[in-house]
Design a protein around this ligand. Sequence first.
Ligand SMILES: CCCCCCCC(=O)SCCNC(=O)CCNC(=O)[C@H](O)C(C)(C)COP(=O)(O)OP(=O)(O)OC[C@H]1O[C@@H](n2cnc3c(N)ncnc32)[C@H](O)[C@@H]1OP(=O)(O)O
Length: 190
Amino acid sequence: MSEAPRSRRSTPWPPVDTESPAPHPDAPRPGTKLAVHYDQCFGCGDVEGGLHMRSTMGEHALVHSQFAVTEAHQGAPGLAHGGLLACAFDEALGSAVGNLLRRPAVTGKLETDFLRPVPVGSTLFITAKVDGVAGRKLYASAEGRLGAEDGSVAVRARALFVEVGFEHFTTHGDPDALTKFRQTPDQINP
Ligand SMILES: CCCCCCCC(=O)SCCNC(=O)CCNC(=O)[C@H](O)C(C)(C)COP(=O)(O)OP(=O)(O)OC[C@H]1O[C@@H](n2cnc3c(N)ncnc32)[C@H](O)[C@@H]1OP(=O)(O)O
């Protein structure tokens, strides 16, 4: 296969003026294995059929996540489903925002570039970072490499997270949301 294009993007990123993202003083130190943020989360929780993503804080405010692609994640014979890959990036990006900034936020916009097919049996090594902060708007980006931290780039993603109050979860989700977050050991939410 020919080399994937370096970029298919024409728009600047972040799309607005931002401040540099200062990591929260309580952000996990490099090398820390990051906690599951909610044990029923499809991305990182121990949910049957979930993605079972695990993440680690890296150097230079990078968050490293791995997504092991199984037969349950197929969209075409032997290949990962693009929507599930987007899900994996939502999780990895959210983990970067949540752990580095420690501000409750939800995904407002998520865009993905699928550069190479991702086969069943492969592991996607995703590196995510926070690119900028503009008030409640938190911008993050990530790339996923096939098979190793220095493998070929297969997917790139970028996202806008919007900071919300904790009532977002109790009003729109479950009135017991805060209790349920807290029941997840070492969670980073409220
Ligand atoms: C560790 C954690 C890992 C978590 C990983 C998983 C994360 C998730 O999947 S979260 C679930 C999916 N996301 C959601 O359900 C969010 C649903 N959407 C919402 O609740 C709302 O639209 C919400 C909160 C994003 C924004 O609403 P609201 O609080 O009223 O703010 P609003 O004024 O509309 O937007 C705030 C700013 O963001 C901008 N914005 C919001 N959405 C977008 C968008 N899609 N594109 C561009 N800009 C946007 C607005 O233009 C606005 O900008 P400005 O302040 O400059 O005017």
